[in-house]
Structures are given as C-alpha cells and as structure tokens.
Design a protein around this ligand. Sequence first.
Ligand code: ASN
Length: 343
Amino acid sequence: MTDKKPNILLVYTGGTIGMVKDFKTGTLKAFNFNNLLKQIPELHLLACDINTISLEEPIDSSNINPDYWVKIAEIIADHYDDYDGFVILHGSDTMSYTASALSFMLENLKKPVVFTGAQLPIGDLRTDAKENLITSIQVASLQEHGKPVIQEVCLYFEYKLYRGNRTTKVNAENFQAFRSYNYPELAESGVHLKVNHKYLLRRKSEAPFKLNKSLDTNIALIKLYPGISEAVISSILNTANLKAVIIETFGSGNSTTASWFINLLSNAIKKGIHIINVTQCLGGSVIMGQYETSSQLKKIGVISGKDITTEAALGKLMHLLGQDVSDNQFKTKFETSLCGELS
Ligand code: ASN
C-alpha cells in the first residue's frame, strides 16, 4: 500500500451552497469556486488532495434537466481514472432526482460519487454548508485495503449518508432536508464517522465502468387523487410519442376500480405504453393483488415499482427506455434492482 493521499474531484453545479453573502449589500451571489480553498481554509486540513471543476454557468437546481445529468456524468466519466472519489455540489431541490438518474447512468461504478449541498449558503454565519461539504469529502476519501469504501452514488446531508436513489427531499426549512424511508442510512457522522458496511452496494460483476448517456424523456407522471377525471388521464395517455407512464397510486399500489380508468390503462398497455405503479406513500411498497383495488392493475400488466421512490422511478425509466430494452424484457428489468434502488 502506498501513502498517497486520496484524490477528490469536487464538481460545482450550483445551488444555495455556492452562494456567498456580499456583506456590504447583503445580497447573495454566486461564488467563484476556483477560490474555494481560500474561502474554506479548513479544506487544507483534510487528508486528501482536492481539485475543483464548475459548470460553466452554475444553476439553481430547479433548472436541472437530463442534458445537465449528461454533463455531470460526463465530467465524472472523463476524470474517472484520475480520481479516487467525486463530490458533487448540487442544489437541494432536485438533488434526489439527479443522484437517482446518475446511479443508472454510471454503470459498474466502483468509486464514490457523493452529492451534497446546503440549505444556507456557505457564506452565511449559520451555514450547514461547511459540515456537509467537509464530511462529504471525508466520506469520498474513505479507503480500505487501497479501495474506496463507498462504491456508489450517495447523498450526504445533515450528518447522514444515504443511498442517492433512495432519497427524497422532504423539508424546505430544516437542515435535515432529506430522508430515505425504504433503505437504512449508509453512514452517520457523530463524534465518529460510522459506516454501516452491510448496507453498502457491492457489485459482483467485474465489468468495467460504463457511462450510459442515452435518456428518453417520452414519459409522464400522474399522481392519482380522489376525483381525477377520465379527460385528464386520457389526454396524458394520448400524448404524442409517449412510451411510459408512472402512476403514483394510493397506499400499497391501489387505485380506483372505475372501469373507464382500468380500460384506459389496459388500452395504453396494449399499444405498448409501459405503466409503472409507484406508491404516493413515502415508505412501504407496492404490492399489487393485496387489495381488490390493485388486482386489476396486476391483471392488465401494470409494472410494479415495489418500494422505489418516484425520483428513482423517473431516472430508471428514462435510462431503460434509452437502452432499447425489448418489450418482453421491460417489466422484468424494471422490477429488478439495477443499483439498489428497490428491494
Ligand atoms: N433552490 C436551491 C436549489 O435547489 C435550494 C437549495 O440548494 N437549498 O438550487
């Protein structure tokens, strides 16, 4: 083993974390990340080497889209061999979507990709940014027997490390903004940084790292509510070029049993549109057939999202549609875990 310090690439995409307060005017403004080490001298104390790279025009994460996901994934792929780990600074609003999508795009990842951000800018006196940033870098630097401890896309926020594709932003006010209801935390930061080794993703395959850039956005998301009309469902299902729809159902995957609803879904499936059942509940799983209100969905060929989050279901769907998976294989592929996104 060599004494070489881990090498971390910090990728700045935007978001609140990267804003600083101009103390003269009191306004928040974008931060020149090339000066990061000057702004946060603590980073020099970390036992790793850090380089930074920034999107040309950093964004508020509400402006994120799959083109940006490709840009971020390309930065990681282009530098994959040169770094031991990656920390991605991203706005918190859509961080779970980006972390989920990247988990499918970065196939056979064997290095840490840690997403983090903050609820208050790094220049704010009460900021949560410094702890999030410093611990994310430490997490990305963890090595055991010369190999990274974390070998997956994860999200670090407010003392907790989560699997990225299991997270959801649940709070716009609290520092603890994220939760992972269906999968335990990968690590917790207290006096010690405790890693829950048994929950870490370990791929059996020795296949090399591969970047999947092809994402198909011909999809839709419908959240069911009592009173949703035939006209609304029908107009969405008649969207030009539509290939798949995620339906956020009630409880363990239940929906209205109204015949217009089942018929619309059944006809869409016959036309080759994939329908995915994801629960609106934050925790728990879709179990089609448990109640009468889901058995027809099962019968007509609706795909079970099991305990996947909506964020991960969207990324997985865009990814699988981009991979030209055959119609016969699609259901099985969607219902099988690719990188720990469902149980
Ligand atoms: N609007 C910000 C963003 O997502 C929120 C944040 O980063 N806390 O870019």
